[in-house]
Design a protein around this ligand. Structure first.
Ligand SMILES: Nc1nc2c(ncn2[C@@H]2O[C@H](COP(=O)(O)OP(=O)(O)OP(=O)(O)O)[C@@H](O)[C@H]2O)c(=O)[nH]1
Ligand SMILES: [Mg+2]
Length: 281
């Protein structure tokens, strides 16, 4: 018997969805930060076992949509839910239980969706609830048990009809990760609202013999943000570039020359055409 299926990982922003998927897949397919609303796209993380293939779908954290980008993010959540065999719903055990979320979980179950309710961050648990399991990606607590529960809910097949090759870890191209790693560095280095208004586009990706030349635009919402991203004497941008370059070199396993340019695009999060150009659809 073989197990195969899609597992949509849902939950509030910051619940630990991307961290868990990276842990399970054993690679950094999704960027992580301590700021909410880090993930914007649905990203696949593929886990292969002897007799199974699990396709995890990382999703943006569920929040109230205000901008057009938010609406696209919430559309991504709905489509992941619709295409899933199982929903893995993460509730952060260090945060107070939100009644609306419990209603949402109940509604999914009423609609016939299989939902596993997993409490994340057991290493700093503060609140009790009727969780199916409590785990921590940080300390590895109950990760294997969680995997077993997921496998028990996935459909079984007589034939090995897996959708992806054994060595595929994700569905996104390298360029996507380069842009995401740069955005992650922005999230790491900058505070408050600036990183939330940032999008990154790779404008040049040229492989030379010993080096890859990459140019990328960091798009921000306001002129004042541009100054903050660049910093005094370009210090902040340099820091962002250096963190991103190191992570990209690790990903691609080749030396990289990374050039970053900061551009202002007023209100881009509410411009459908711009969003589409930036890859948000
Ligand atoms: N203590 C602790 N922190 C964790 C754990 N898992 C994730 N975190 C932290 O929680 C923060 C959010 O993690 P993410 O994986 O980015 O959360 P997310 O649910 O993908 O967030 P969005 O993409 O914004 O929806 C990061 O600072 C992580 O390091 C855990 O098991 N224990
Ligand atoms: Mg995430």
């Amino acid at each position: 018997m073989y197990k195969f299926g899609f597992v949509a990982v849902l939950g509030k922003p910051n619940a630990g969805k991307s961290t868990l998927i990276n842990k399970l897949v054993g690679a950094k397919v999704a960027i992580v930060s301590n700021k909410p609303q880090t993930t914007r796209d649905n990203i696949l993380g593929i886990l292969n076992g002897e007799n199974y293939q699990i396709v995890f779908v990382d999703t943006p954290g569920i929040h109230k949509a205000t901008s057009h980008l938010d609406k696209i993010m919430m559309k991504n959540v709905r489509s992941a839910k619709a295409g899933a065999d199982v929903v893995l719903y993460l509730l952060d055990t260090s945060c107070k239980i939100d009644e609306q979320e419990i209603e949402h979980i109940q509604k999914m179950r009423n609609d016939g969706i299989q939902v596993i309710v997993a409490g994340s961050k057991s290493d700093k648990k503060r609140f009790d609830f009727d969780y199916d399991i409590i785990f921590s990606s940080l300390t590895n607590d109950k990760i294997n048990e969680l995997l077993k529960i997921i496998l028990s809910k996935l459909p079984s097949y007589k034939e090995k009809n897996f959708l992806y090759d054994k060595d595929e870890l994700t569905d996104k191209p390298v360029k996507f990760f380069v842009a995401e790693y740069i955005r992650e560095a922005v999230l790491k280095v900058l505070k408050k609202e600036v990183p939330h208004g940032v999008a990154v586009v790779v404008t040049k990706y040229q492989e030379k013999l010993n080096i890859i030349e990459i140019d990328a635009d960091i798009i921000c919402e306001k002129q004042s943000h541009k100054g903050i991203i660049i910093g005094k004497g370009g210090e902040t941008l340099k820091k962002i570039g250096s963190i991103a370059r190191i992570n990209c070199e690790e990903l691609i396993n080749k030396k990289i020359m990374l050039s970053l340019y900061v551009k202002v695009e007023d209100n881009w999060k509410d411009k459908p055409n711009k969003l589409s150009d930036l890859g948000y659809r």
